[in-house]
Design a protein around this ligand. Structure first.
Ligand code: HEM
Length: 461
């Protein structure tokens, strides 16, 4: 029997596809992985121009179908447990480990809903004072400078915001609480994190000090040891377990309330690491791109300043009133999406929009394609924040996908938006800045401006 999910036909094994259904164009090539990693924007754009928004590649081995049209994205995002499963590189899967959201499809829904209270909704309101204070303290230091290296500066700020919120630890090196732990300084923690991150995308699953994967595995073990010590330290001081304080406390409080529930110690340690992994580099990349885009568009800057002049203080309600700032951040995420979405493997063949997607192939919904299609965005080459203002009809679900979609859609989208708004709002209020020419970007796995790119800054206060 055929099973129909909206307009998606899921084929039984051996069942012939309807006549007229065609497989996506283009043959996978052995060098596709290298071309994609070297310049994913170029790879996506050139293939889209030649073959349309759905095409076959050999990226990451086997047949990987890249898609960008709304119908194809919808097919990719909604197949979980029916006709797709998450399928990442073997190194990436091993680095995620068994307590991630990806490894256990049977526990995904339960784990994801248990994590949500620490990453979205009301929790964000409680996080505002810390985020504000950290940003203000950090950019205060810019007042004495004429130029800054954009990415290293914003990456530092992100780390300082996210580590206390997600790992529940104060990073001030002079504090006693960190000096008693297996990782005793912020610099060491940051380096371990970078090594851990690099291990995810190694093409070679060889556990050796000579490989990024081998070094990543070692860094992971050390970070888990660190988190385990943080948890023991936190348990000694029961008053510190206030569920609204940070993500770690939310999980510990939930564990105390229901010791047989979702949150084992192993899950808690792993989730702290993974959420920081999932957010730190994505938000750092975004911060750099926002400053760069605004710097290129003085008319956008003027409108942002005008909107900011109406805002009296910063609360969740006031953040919601910053509609032009929100539109500017969304447009930055459209033009410069930080990353791709997760790869899904087809566990059954499906037909959608006349295209046959064969069982065994991998599918990737690519923002780099979806965001440049003229059928999704008018004049896609131009930076036009207005397309995301509330009364615009652009940016629809499945057409705008910087945070993926469906069951695996990003859990931190709201948090990312709050942090990005606060950061941009403070920088707009305190500084004028000037770009120093065209920036070069690191393109993979997360887009970010290269370390050596400088901007000129001047205090407005
Ligand atoms: C600019 C910032 C961010 C971007 C661009 C981003 C992007 C993404 C993307 C593309 C996915 C894959 C979705 C899919 O394949 O359908 C994802 C998943 C996820 N993100 Fe984010 N993310 C950001 C920030 C965050 C933050 C701040 C957190 C939490 C602290 C977070 C937590 C997650 C989680 C838990 C998932 C996996 C969801 C699942 O498998 O169910 N992200 N994100």
């Amino acid at each position: 029997m055929d099973r129909q999910q909206s307009e998606i036909l899921i084929l039984e094994d051996e069942q012939a596809p309807p006549s007229g259904a065609v497989t996506p164009p283009r043959q996978p090539k052995w060098y596709d992985t290298f071309n994609y990693i070297a310049n994913p924007d170029k790879f996506c754009r050139e293939n889209w121009q030649k073959y349309g928004p759905v095409f076959k590649t050999g990226v990451f081995g086997g047949t990987t179908i890249f898609v960008g049209s709304a119908k194809a994205n919808q097919m990719v995002f909604n197949g979980d447990s029916q006709y797709t499963e998450i399928s990442l590189l073997p190194t990436t899967m091993a680095m995620f480990g068994e307590y991630s959201l990806f490894q256990r499809p049977d526990l995904h829904r339960q784990r994801k809903s248990a994590l949500r209270p620490g990453l979205a909704g009301r929790a964000l309101e409680g996080y505002l004072p810390h985020i504000n204070k950290t940003i203000l303290q950090a950019i205060e230091g810019w007042k004495n400078k004429k130029t800054i290296a954009l990415y290293p500066e914003v990456e530092e700020i992100c780390f300082d915001i996210l580590v206390p919120l997600l790992l529940g630890i104060n990073l001030n090196d002079s504090q006693e609480n960190i000096s008693e732990l297996p990782v005793t300084s912020k610099a060491e923690l940051k380096n371990l994190y970078q090594t851990f991150f690099n291990g995810f995308f190694s093409l070679l699953k060889w556990e050796s000090p000579l490989t990024a994967y081998g070094r990543g595995v070692k860094a992971r073990a050390k970070l888990i040891e660190f988190m385990s010590a943080v948890i023991s330290q936190r348990r000694k001081d029961t008053e510190a377990i206030d569920p609204s304080k940070d993500f770690l406390s939310m999980m510990l409080a939930s564990q105390q309330e229901n010791p047989d529930g979702v949150f084992s110690d192993r899950l808690i340690e792993n989730q702290c690491l993974l959420q920081l992994w999932g957010s730190h580099y994505e938000i750092s990349g975004l911060f750099g791109s926002i400053i760069y885009q605004i710097g290129q568009h003085p008319q956008v800057l003027d409108r942002l300043r005008e909107e900011q002049s109406e805002i009296k203080n910063i609360s969740i309600e006031h953040l919601q009133e910053m509609t032009f700032l929100e539109a500017t951040i969304k447009e930055t995420l459209r033009i410069l999406p930080p990353s791709s979405t997760a790869n899904r493997k087809l566990t059954r063949s499906v037909v959608s929009d006349g295209i046959l997607y064969e069982k065994g192939c991998t599918v990737i919904a690519e923002p780099r394609i979806a965001h440049i299609l003229p059928e999704h965005f008018k004049e896609p080459e131009k930076f036009i924040p207005d397309r995301f203002l509330p009364d615009s009809d652009e940016g629809k679900m499945y057409e705008y996908i910087p945070f993926g979609g469906g069951v695996h859609g990003c859990l931190g989208a709201q948090m990312a938006m709050v942090i990005a708004k606060l950061f941009t709002s403070h920088v707009l209020g305190m500084f004028d800045w000037k770009l120093t020419g065209k920036a070069q970007f690191v393109q993979f796995p997360i887009r970010r401006i290269k370390d050596n790119y400088q901007i000129q800054i001047k205090s407005r206060v």
